[in-house]
Design a protein around this ligand. Structure first.
Ligand code: CU
Length: 187
Protein backbone atom coordinates (compact mmCIF):
# COMPACT_ATOMS: atom_id res chain seq x y z
CA UNK A 1 0.00 0.00 0.00
CA UNK A 2 2.74 2.35 1.02
CA UNK A 3 4.81 1.60 -2.07
CA UNK A 4 1.83 1.94 -4.30
CA UNK A 5 1.10 5.48 -3.01
CA UNK A 6 4.72 6.51 -3.34
CA UNK A 7 4.94 5.09 -6.86
CA UNK A 8 1.80 6.93 -7.96
CA UNK A 9 3.17 10.14 -6.46
CA UNK A 10 6.45 9.83 -8.36
CA UNK A 11 4.58 8.90 -11.48
CA UNK A 12 2.39 11.99 -11.19
CA UNK A 13 5.38 14.22 -10.42
CA UNK A 14 7.25 12.89 -13.44
CA UNK A 15 4.28 13.49 -15.72
CA UNK A 16 3.79 17.07 -14.48
CA UNK A 17 7.48 17.97 -14.78
CA UNK A 18 7.78 16.30 -18.18
CA UNK A 19 4.86 18.32 -19.54
CA UNK A 20 5.95 21.62 -18.04
CA UNK A 21 9.65 21.35 -18.89
CA UNK A 22 9.49 19.89 -22.36
CA UNK A 23 6.88 21.66 -24.40
CA UNK A 24 8.68 22.21 -27.69
CA UNK A 25 5.81 24.03 -29.36
CA UNK A 26 5.54 26.53 -26.49
CA UNK A 27 9.31 27.10 -26.46
CA UNK A 28 9.33 27.66 -30.19
CA UNK A 29 6.47 30.14 -29.85
CA UNK A 30 8.04 32.23 -27.09
CA UNK A 31 11.29 32.46 -29.04
CA UNK A 32 9.83 33.21 -32.45
CA UNK A 33 7.17 35.69 -31.25
CA UNK A 34 9.60 38.22 -29.64
CA UNK A 35 11.91 37.98 -32.68
CA UNK A 36 8.96 38.78 -34.91
CA UNK A 37 7.88 41.74 -32.70
CA UNK A 38 11.43 43.14 -32.53
CA UNK A 39 11.84 42.92 -36.32
CA UNK A 40 8.55 44.80 -36.73
CA UNK A 41 9.84 47.62 -34.50
CA UNK A 42 13.38 47.61 -35.97
CA UNK A 43 12.34 48.34 -39.57
CA UNK A 44 10.72 51.77 -38.99
CA UNK A 45 13.33 52.65 -36.32
CA UNK A 46 16.23 52.18 -38.72
CA UNK A 47 14.41 54.23 -41.37
CA UNK A 48 13.91 57.04 -38.84
CA UNK A 49 17.53 56.88 -37.67
CA UNK A 50 18.82 57.24 -41.24
CA UNK A 51 16.34 60.05 -41.98
CA UNK A 52 17.39 62.18 -38.98
CA UNK A 53 21.03 61.79 -40.04
CA UNK A 54 20.28 63.30 -43.45
CA UNK A 55 22.63 66.19 -44.20
CA UNK A 56 21.93 66.32 -47.94
CA UNK A 57 19.19 68.96 -47.76
CA UNK A 58 20.55 71.37 -45.14
CA UNK A 59 19.24 74.92 -45.62
CA UNK A 60 20.68 76.69 -42.60
CA UNK A 61 23.81 76.18 -40.51
CA UNK A 62 24.38 77.31 -36.93
CA UNK A 63 27.70 76.94 -35.15
CA UNK A 64 27.42 76.17 -31.45
CA UNK A 65 30.45 76.69 -29.23
CA UNK A 66 30.55 75.55 -25.61
CA UNK A 67 32.44 77.69 -23.11
CA UNK A 68 32.88 77.46 -19.36
CA UNK A 69 29.98 78.21 -18.65
CA UNK A 70 27.86 79.60 -21.46
CA UNK A 71 27.14 78.93 -25.13
CA UNK A 72 28.18 80.97 -28.17
CA UNK A 73 26.16 80.84 -31.40
CA UNK A 74 27.36 81.87 -34.85
CA UNK A 75 25.50 81.98 -38.14
CA UNK A 76 25.25 83.99 -41.35
CA UNK A 77 22.50 86.56 -41.70
CA UNK A 78 21.72 89.54 -43.91
CA UNK A 79 22.66 92.88 -42.33
CA UNK A 80 21.04 96.30 -42.80
CA UNK A 81 22.86 96.82 -46.13
CA UNK A 82 21.52 93.47 -47.42
CA UNK A 83 24.89 91.74 -47.32
CA UNK A 84 25.64 88.42 -45.65
CA UNK A 85 27.31 88.99 -42.33
CA UNK A 86 28.52 86.72 -39.53
CA UNK A 87 26.35 87.04 -36.45
CA UNK A 88 27.92 85.87 -33.20
CA UNK A 89 26.54 86.17 -29.69
CA UNK A 90 26.87 84.64 -26.24
CA UNK A 91 23.94 83.01 -24.50
CA UNK A 92 24.34 83.33 -20.75
CA UNK A 93 21.94 82.16 -18.05
CA UNK A 94 19.79 84.82 -16.39
CA UNK A 95 20.14 85.18 -12.63
CA UNK A 96 17.15 85.03 -10.30
CA UNK A 97 17.21 88.82 -9.83
CA UNK A 98 17.08 89.24 -13.66
CA UNK A 99 14.06 86.93 -13.83
CA UNK A 100 12.30 88.87 -11.07
CA UNK A 101 13.08 92.15 -12.83
CA UNK A 102 11.67 91.03 -16.18
CA UNK A 103 8.84 89.08 -14.51
CA UNK A 104 9.02 85.96 -16.69
CA UNK A 105 11.17 82.92 -17.44
CA UNK A 106 12.05 79.62 -15.83
CA UNK A 107 14.68 79.58 -13.08
CA UNK A 108 18.00 78.03 -14.25
CA UNK A 109 16.63 77.72 -17.82
CA UNK A 110 16.30 81.25 -19.18
CA UNK A 111 19.14 82.99 -21.06
CA UNK A 112 19.92 86.57 -22.05
CA UNK A 113 20.08 85.80 -25.80
CA UNK A 114 17.88 83.04 -27.19
CA UNK A 115 18.83 81.14 -30.34
CA UNK A 116 16.20 81.52 -33.05
CA UNK A 117 15.79 78.92 -35.76
CA UNK A 118 13.22 78.64 -38.52
CA UNK A 119 10.11 76.50 -38.57
CA UNK A 120 10.17 73.73 -41.24
CA UNK A 121 13.72 74.62 -42.31
CA UNK A 122 16.25 71.80 -42.20
CA UNK A 123 18.92 73.19 -39.86
CA UNK A 124 22.37 71.83 -39.15
CA UNK A 125 24.22 72.53 -35.90
CA UNK A 126 28.02 72.34 -35.88
CA UNK A 127 28.91 71.78 -32.26
CA UNK A 128 32.33 72.34 -30.73
CA UNK A 129 33.95 73.64 -27.56
CA UNK A 130 36.74 76.04 -26.60
CA UNK A 131 37.77 74.56 -23.27
CA UNK A 132 36.40 71.27 -21.90
CA UNK A 133 33.79 68.71 -22.96
CA UNK A 134 30.23 70.02 -22.98
CA UNK A 135 27.08 68.55 -24.47
CA UNK A 136 24.55 70.61 -26.38
CA UNK A 137 21.18 69.05 -25.63
CA UNK A 138 17.62 70.14 -26.40
CA UNK A 139 15.67 66.91 -25.75
CA UNK A 140 12.28 68.22 -26.87
CA UNK A 141 13.74 68.92 -30.33
CA UNK A 142 15.48 65.54 -30.40
CA UNK A 143 18.91 67.17 -30.25
CA UNK A 144 21.90 66.08 -28.19
CA UNK A 145 25.53 66.03 -29.20
CA UNK A 146 28.87 66.37 -27.45
CA UNK A 147 30.86 69.57 -27.75
CA UNK A 148 34.51 68.47 -27.87
CA UNK A 149 37.47 70.85 -28.03
CA UNK A 150 39.37 70.35 -31.31
CA UNK A 151 36.60 68.63 -33.23
CA UNK A 152 33.27 69.55 -34.76
CA UNK A 153 30.23 67.33 -34.32
CA UNK A 154 27.15 67.89 -36.40
CA UNK A 155 23.48 67.26 -35.83
CA UNK A 156 20.45 68.17 -37.92
CA UNK A 157 16.87 69.02 -37.12
CA UNK A 158 13.75 69.73 -39.14
CA UNK A 159 11.59 71.59 -36.60
CA UNK A 160 8.00 70.49 -37.14
CA UNK A 161 6.52 72.60 -34.33
CA UNK A 162 6.85 76.21 -33.33
CA UNK A 163 7.62 77.30 -29.79
CA UNK A 164 10.30 77.73 -27.17
CA UNK A 165 12.47 74.71 -26.44
CA UNK A 166 14.68 74.43 -23.39
CA UNK A 167 17.81 72.37 -22.84
CA UNK A 168 20.87 72.14 -20.67
CA UNK A 169 24.50 71.15 -20.92
CA UNK A 170 24.57 67.36 -20.55
CA UNK A 171 28.23 66.69 -19.87
CA UNK A 172 29.76 67.44 -16.48
CA UNK A 173 32.00 70.35 -17.46
CA UNK A 174 32.94 72.04 -14.23
CA UNK A 175 31.60 73.94 -11.25
CA UNK A 176 28.92 75.86 -13.19
CA UNK A 177 27.81 72.94 -15.40
CA UNK A 178 24.22 73.33 -14.14
CA UNK A 179 24.14 77.00 -15.06
CA UNK A 180 24.57 76.96 -18.86
CA UNK A 181 21.08 76.33 -20.24
CA UNK A 182 20.01 76.40 -23.88
CA UNK A 183 16.93 78.18 -25.21
CA UNK A 184 15.94 77.51 -28.79
CA UNK A 185 13.04 79.42 -30.34
CA UNK A 186 11.42 77.90 -33.43
CA UNK A 187 9.48 80.53 -35.36
CU1 CU B 1 28.95 72.37 -20.09
Amino acid sequence: MKNFLLDSFYDLKFRISFNSLHNSKLELLWNILPIFCLSLIAGPSFMLLYLIEDFSSIMYIVKVVGNQWYWTYEFLDYNSTNKLDLVSFDSVMLSESDLIAQNYGFRLLEVNNRLKIMYLVNTCFLVTSTDVLHSWAVPSLGLKTDACPGRINRIAVWPSRQGVFYGQCSEICGINHAYMPIVCVVQ
